[in-house]
Design a binder for this molecule. Sequence first.
Ligand SMILES: [Zn+2]
Length: 244
Amino acid sequence: MSMINTRLPNWKGPGRVIWNPNLSSGFSVHSAYEKLGETILPGEDGFPCKSVWRHVIPSKICVFMWLIYHGRILTIDNLKRKGFQLANRCMLCKEGEETINHLFIFCSFSSEVWRILRTFIPIARGAERDDDMKDRIRRWAHSKPNSPPQWCSFAFLHAFCWNIWYERNSRTFKDSETTIRVVAYRIGRVITHWLSAARVVDRRVAESWLYEMKTRLTPPRSGQHGNQDQQLLDDQSLIHRPSR
Ligand SMILES: [Zn+2]
């Protein structure tokens, strides 16, 4: 509404309806959508929608990032605020209390996954010293635009958060644990899948990253975890369109 109310009438002459974003051809849904996108892009508290909403990444994962940004995922501290009586302990490190910032920044399990991934995927870069996920998402949105495409770093962040949350849920609800290296490998595989499918990273480069990860992180090749890994990758894949 603040966008609509930016111009006040001057009371001179007859009134008429105008659409400022597109004076020549008037209102259109497309121009309204574009204008809304501008207004909620980088602002003091603005959600970096152009970096987070990417067609090559499944929308459920983009929505998940939006929920993290607004502090809305159901971590134990959030459940306690809603009145649930629960003991708060992080299922990944079994040390700290589970909060969004702990899970994705401070947790020793997640930090090690992050560190391992950074050694394999040079495209992943951004602010490292954040103590708040909202800040991290915002800073990654503003870091080093264009070369390589800005959203590539965000693919890293998307895959990292989604798979850390998946591992947390497996431990919480299925009593099933995997190692730091396997979680890192899963994330790396998803990232390379997205980037090569969108053709923003040369397929051979993506394959070399994947080969390095396969060799050094020794992922399971068969059995329960192997099947689970394939399901996980399928779950995070789309029918991709090339990036423009
Ligand atoms: Zn932890």
